[in-house]
Design a protein around this ligand. Structure first.
Ligand code: SIN
Length: 277
């Protein structure tokens, strides 16, 4: 096995591991890599939908997305498509997946199906490091507080999915939950900064103005480049991220207005998380 670090902050590209091997030993090794690097990538993994699902199931029960339908043959898989004529794409701002849920996603296993010839990278940021390096005065103010997370933060995305066939009867109302701003990782025991620009709306117990001011500083801090890594996809790459300890940003830098009207397609399976504590 070879491990190539993507940056000094987080992320690793792994070679020499076959994701079709779902033996306990292989899964333990992958999980250890995930806990250490927080987001891991495996290129040239020609796994089919069944193998993708089998791999994901080894990490825990699979999650059903609140308002996005899975593939008809494989409902566990959500196909994320940015069409050639679209400008925006799923995940195009800093977020951690479904942080507005009572139990936000534990981890995501994303497989690239179609990748544009240029653009469409994804960035990740290390929220353990973000907590460690946060300004001490801010830490003191927020360390025992909770924040409200709301699904309405992803407005563009909701509008797109409302219009999709099969989604007519889905409930697109707001999903909202409160979570500790600093959570403890259930496997490593490390402290993690658990807020994000897309979904976190207010610090409970503060006036909106003060909350906005502090959240703005935190959002700027957690996106500092020295906390991030950036990955350029090739087709048939599998990425696993620990959604508890990273935020991520899918860069929508390829679209018709720039002469880069390409399709990008990803298959996503999410694993159920726990109540952040
Ligand atoms: C996501 O934000 O969940 C998807 C990331 C990507 O498509 O790169």
């Amino acid at each position: 096995m070879e491990i190539k670090l993507l940056s000094g902050a987080l992320g690793a590209e792994i070679t020499g591991i076959d994701l079709k091997d779902t033996s306990d030993q292989n899964i333990k090794e992958i999980n250890n890599l995930l806990l250490e690097h927080k987001v891991i990538f495996f290129r040239d993994q020609k796994i089919n939908a069944e193998q993708h699902i089998a791999l994901a199931e080894k990490f825990g029960p699979l999650e059903t997305h609140a308002y996005v339908k899975g593939l008809s043959k494989h409902p566990e898989i959500v196909r994320i498509i940015k069409a050639e004529d679209e400008k925006n794409q799923w995940g195009e701002n800093w977020h951690s997946d479904v942080s507005y849920n009572e139990k936000p996603t534990k981890a995501v296993i994303l497989k690239s199906i179609k990748i544009p010839p240029v653009g469409g990278d994804t960035c990740f940021a290390n929220m353990e490091l973000a907590w460690e390096t946060l300004d001490e005065d801010i830490k003191e103010k927020i360390k025992d507080k909770k924040a409200i997370h709301s699904s309405l933060g992803a407005e563009f995305f909701i509008e797109k999915y409302k219009k999709m066939e099969g989604n007519e009867k889905r409930n697109f109302d707001e999903y909202s939950n409160e979570h500790p701003i600093v959570r403890t990782h259930p496997e490593t025991g490390k402290k993690i900064l658990f807020v994000n620009w897309t979904y976190t709306k207010k610090i409970i117990g503060l006036e909106q103005e003060e909350s906005d001011e502090i959240l703005k500083k935190i959002f700027e801090h957690q996106a500092r480049l020295e906390l991030t890594c950036r990955f350029s996809w090739t087709e048939n790459t599998v990425c696993i991220w620990d959604n508890r300890s990273v935020i991520h940003f899918a860069i929508a830098d390829f679209y018709p207005g720039r002469g880069l009207g390409y399709e990008r397609v990803m298959d996503r399976i999410a694993i159920e998380g726990d109540h952040p504590q």
